[in-house]
Design a protein around this ligand. Structure first.
Ligand code: FAD
Ligand code: EPU
Length: 344
């Protein structure tokens, strides 16, 4: 039986561990329950927020609307041939559990994305990425449910308009759909991608002679555990900002003043800068203001040491972005989804 709860504290449902009250809250385990919830609380009457693992959100206010927590489960091979297996995954499935399923079953493509927190349904929203791979590289299709007209739609790769930490679900369809399940195309004859410097070094350190899905996954896990705070212990949502992309000419100009500045080519005349480096250069790494802070091992990650409010973390992020713009003339864009009525 589906129930709609009133005035629910969202602290256990976001990895920043900040307090925020949801006026209404419902966990849905199947499309029937979703339909029921939307029948009782149609989105025409109040705002609706879809929640997965809450690992890419910052609540800066109470949520005066309905929060739907997606708990649609299931991992099924829906089609296969000699080269590929097509695996359909319920949106509520934990992402890393799905990665482990692939590694254990000899299916290649997501091993570089090991240990990213959150749900599988959220993975296409910002086209999650790490260590040289993005979800778009294995994405086949997804089925989504329009919250307003309650129709189902299939989105293929092209429809999703994936980019760096971008998709159609952050732009023209922002907040309009709930993703029900995602189908990935995984390789039965894995081709490994170890081009990311830190990954190559880690595999070497581990003494790996012959690459395997297990080895790559393990190397990624080791790097991540060293660098990133475990949200179970220290509140955070991973990288707070995107790495900014600038024109080659802007990069060349900056390089004159800052010789050590890292930059990565991303296509025609565009360079991606390392936001963590820019923030560190402004002196924020390890900084703490009350319980809101900038992580001492990775300046791109903002942390809640315990009792910080969403607003305090947001305020710190604004100060950081302002100082980076002042020193380098580069604007930082938040990667984390800020949920609040006044601040965006
Ligand atoms: P939530 O935070 O619950 O939601 C994020 C957004 O997606 C919200 O706008 C929400 O409304 C929407 N949404 C969620 N589920 C659905 C759905 N089913 N249908 C429609 N909309 C939905 N990200 C990376 O890309 N790479 C990394 O390496 C990485 N590392 C991280 C490390 C740490 C320690 C942490 C805490 C986070 C990291 N992240 C990383 C960010 C985060 O894990 C991903 O963005 C993840 O996909 C978020 O999943 P979630 O279920 O927690 O989404
Ligand atoms: N750097 C610093 N100081 C810091 C942090 C980083 O100088 O405090 C420099 C590093 O020395 C390196 C460069 O910045 O030269 C890149 O650092 P790193 O490899 O740690 O990766 P990142 O760019 O900070 C991105 C993603 C991560 C992803 C990793 C690995 C974004 C916004 N972040 O971080 O994704 O896991 O690469 O691929 O693109 C996330 O999105 O939440 C996330 C954690």
């Amino acid at each position: 039986m589906m129930t709609i709860q009133q005035n629910v504290n969202l602290l256990p449902y976001n990895t920043f561990h900040v307090q925020a009250m949801a006026r209404q809250f419902a966990a849905v385990r199947n499309p029937g329950e979703l339909d029921e919830v939307l029948e009782v609380c149609p989105p025409q009457q109040q705002p609706v927020l879809v929640l997965g693992g809450g690992s890419n959100l910052l609540f800066v206010d109470d949520y005066d609307g309905l929060v739907i927590r997606n708990e649609l489960m299931g991992i099924t091979v829906v089609q296969e041939d000699d080269e590929y297996a097509y695996v359909q995954v319920g949106a509520g499935e934990n992402w890393h559990r799905f990665v482990q399923y692939c590694v254990q079953n000899g299916l290649g493509g997501v091993e570089n994305l090991s240990l990213i927190p959150g749900s599988t349904g959220a993975s296409p929203i910002q086209n999650i990425g790490a260590y040289g791979v993005e979800v778009k590289d294995v994405f086949h299709a997804l089925e989504a449910f329009h919250l307003g007209d309650r129709e189902r739609t299939t989105f293929n790769l092209e429809d999703c308009e994936f980019g760096y930490r971008e998709s159609v679900f952050k732009k023209k369809h922002k907040g309009a759909f709930i993703i029900l399940h995602v189908t990935f195309r995984l390789s039965k004859k894995p081709r490994f991608n170890t081009s990311y410097g830190a990954l190559e070094q880690e595999l070497e350190k581990m003494g790996i002679q012959e690459l395997s899905l297990q080895a790559v996954s393990e190397a990624v896990i080791r790097i991540r555990q060293r660098k990133l705070p475990d949200p179970a212990r220290i509140g955070n949502a991973g990288s707070f900002f995107k790495n900014p992309e600038v024109d080659l000419s802007v990069y060349q100009q900056l390089k004159k003043d800052f010789q050590n500045m890292p930059g990565y080519t991303t296509g025609e005349e565009k360079i991606k800068l390392a936001a963590g480096w820019l923030i560190e250069q402004c002196g924020w790494k390890g900084y703490r203001q009350g319980d809101a802070g900038c992580y001492e091992k990775q300046a791109l990650v903002l942390v809640n040491w315990g009792g910080a409010t969403g607003r305090q973390i947001y305020q710190l992020s604004s100060e950081i972005a302002e100082s980076v713009e002042k020193k380098f003339g580069v604007k930082l864009e938040r990667e984390v989804n800020v949920i609040g009525s006044h601040l965006r």
